[in-house]
Design a protein around this ligand. Structure first.
Ligand code: OAD
Length: 305
């Protein structure tokens, strides 16, 4: 994608906000850090760095689906750190809400799993949680889905959550299958009639429905992006993400090249040619953008003038 020559400054960005009506906003962990929620890759504070200090070589391994199936206890020992329990949203979430209230927000594609968009009042129809969320959890064995809160106590206690439906099914199974594990006198006499099924059946492990590396993105992501939003978007605003994880990182380059793209984050990026990069704390940047657009952004973290 080639940069569009006519857009350069923060005033150009403010003008684009004022004149656009189908704004696609792509967000990442940076929009929640002002609330004390760590992002993933920031030096010193990111979740992955913290994981490395605990002895895991690559932070992303925690979100690898094969690793989860192999050793779910590792995920459960760390998931408490990213469990959404915030009762507040940031000024940048308030900015998204303002765009919605002005009927300019086409869709917010969020990579975040903290559910704060919902708390800020973003309509379900305008929100795509690209990497899923903690709102539900599913059994890796029987696929049984439950409300996410059902496993929060286990996550907080760093205990692997097991599927209740599997557990009930196992309890209903004839005792015979577990016979092999009881102390018996003459094992050789009747071992053949169990058909070798001596495994104690184990209930499946519950996994929050956040998208792990190696898993499909939620169904609504691709269809909405390619068949609807990409066709009528008139402005793209990407906020608080390092754009290092595909397919979200590929979204800007997929869109029609005449659509202006703005990037707001603490660190500039080189691998996408945004038209305007506004580098700084996103809460401050969106506040300043609104001021220049003549909009009033209200939030308790913005000092009243
Ligand atoms: P990253 O941690 O990779 O990037 C967050 C970016 O936001 C960094 O470049 C920070 O500099 C910037 N940032 C942090 N605080 C900020 C602030 N207050 N204002 C402005 N910028 C700020 O997080 P994501 O890009 O969201 O996936 O990570 C993408 C995906 O990688 C996550 O969804 C997660 C992870 O693996 C899964 O778990 C599936």
């Amino acid at each position: 994608r080639q940069k569009l020559a006519q857009y350069n400054t923060i005033d150009d960005a403010a003008k684009l906000l004022r004149t656009s009506h189908n704004i696609m906003v792509i967000t990442g962990a940076g929009i929640s850090t002002s609330l004390g929620i760590p992002d993933f890759r920031s030096k010193g504070t990111g979740f992955y760095e913290r994981i490395r200090t605990l002895g895991y070589e690559d932070g992303e391994d925690v979100f690898n689906i094969d690793n989860f199936d192999d050793k779910p206890n590792i995920f459960y020992s760390l998931a408490g750190d990213i469990l959404p329990d915030q009762k507040r949203f940031s000024p940048t979430h308030a900015f998204l809400r303002l765009l919605q209230d002005k009927d300019r927000l086409q869709t917010n594609y969020t990579q975040n799993i903290d559910n704060l968009e919902g708390l800020a009042g973003i309509d379900k129809e305008r929100l795509i949680q690209c990497h899923g969320s903690f709102a539900t959890a599913s059994c890796r064995k029987c696929r049984h889905k439950v409300p996410g809160e059902e496993i929060f106590d286990d996550i907080r206690a760093k205990r692997v959550a097991r599927c209740r439906r599997c557990t009930q099914t196992i309890a209903k199974q004839p005792k015979k299958k577990q016979k092999a594990f009881k102390l018996r006198k003459n094992d050789w006499e009747d071992s053949s009639d169990d058909g070798g099924e001596y495994d104690v059946p184990e209930a499946g492990v519950m996994k929050p429905d956040i998208t792990f590396f190696g898993e499909q993105l939620p169904d609504n992501f691709f269809q909405r992006f390619t068949e609807r939003d990409a066709k009528n978007v008139d402005l793209v605003v990407v906020i608080g993400t390092s754009l290092k994880v595909a397919p979200v990182s590929e979204m800007p380059n997929y869109l029609p090249h005449h659509v202006p793209q703005i990037f707001i984050s603490r660190e500039p990026i080189q691998h996408v040619n945004f038209d305007i990069q506004l580098i700084g704390d996103c809460d401050h940047v969106v506040f300043e953008l609104c001021r220049r657009a003549g909009w009033s952004l209200k939030h308790e973290m913005i000092p009243p003038h």
